[in-house]
Design a protein around this ligand. Structure first.
Ligand code: ATP
Length: 133
C-alpha cells in the first residue's frame, strides 16, 4: 500500500523524526505476528513479576530482556524487508542465508531472555514449592 507521505528528504525537526519512528514501530506491530506474540509474552512475564513481587533489580533484568527480544525482532524485520527489496520474489541462496542468520539472532536473544526469566523466577518458584512440601 502506497504511503500518502511522499517525503524523501531529511527530517526537519525532532517531531518529524519521532513521528516517522513511531509510524515504523506501529507498522511492525500491525504486520508482524511474531512481534505481537512477543508483546503478549512480555505482558505475561510482567504479570508474573508483579504477582511474585520481584525486586527492582529483577524488574530491570526482565525489562532489558524483553527490550532485547523486541530490538532483535525489529532488526530481523528490517533485514527481511531489505532482502525482499533487493531480490524480490525469487529464490536466492544468499537471501536465504541472510534471513536464516537474522532469524538465528532472534533465537539467541530469546535464549538470553529465557535465562533472565529463570534467574528471576526460579528462586520464588522454588520457595513456593518448598513452602508447600
Ligand atoms: N528470497 C528468498 N530466497 C531464499 N530463501 C528465502 C527467501 N525469502 C525467504 N526465504 C526463506 O524463508 C524463510 C522465511 O522467510 P521470511 O523470513 O521472509 O518469512 P517470515 O515468516 O517473516 O520469517 P520470521 O518468522 O523470521 O519473521 C527464511 O528464513 C529463508 O529460509
Amino acid at each position: 500500500m502506497a504511503s500518502r507521505d511522499k517525503q524523501i528528504e531529511k527530517n526537519h525537526h525532532f517531531g518529524q523524526s519521532l513521528k516517522h519512528a513511531l509510524t515504523g514501530l506501529f507498522g511492525v506491530y500491525l504486520r508482524e505476528g511474531n512481534f505481537r506474540r512477543e508483546g503478549l509474552m512480555a505482558l505475561v512475564v510482567f504479570i508474573f513479576a508483579w504477582v511474585f513481587q520481584v525486586g527492582r533489580f529483577q524488574w530491570f533484568i526482565l525489562l532489558l530482556a524483553v527490550m532485547l527480544v523486541f530490538l532483535m525482532e525489529l532488526w530481523n524485520t528490517i533485514i527481511e524487508n531489505v532482502v525482499d527489496l533487493v531480490v524480490g520474489h525469487q529464490f536466492d541462496e544468499r537471501a536465504k542465508r541472510i534471513k536464516d542468520m537474522s532469524a538465528g539472532a532472534v533465537l539467541v536473544a530469546s535464549g538470553i531472555a529465557v535465562v533472565c526469566g529463570l534467574y528471576v523466577f526460579l528462586p520464588p518458584l522454588w520457595q513456593l514449592l518448598t513452602s508447600w512440601g
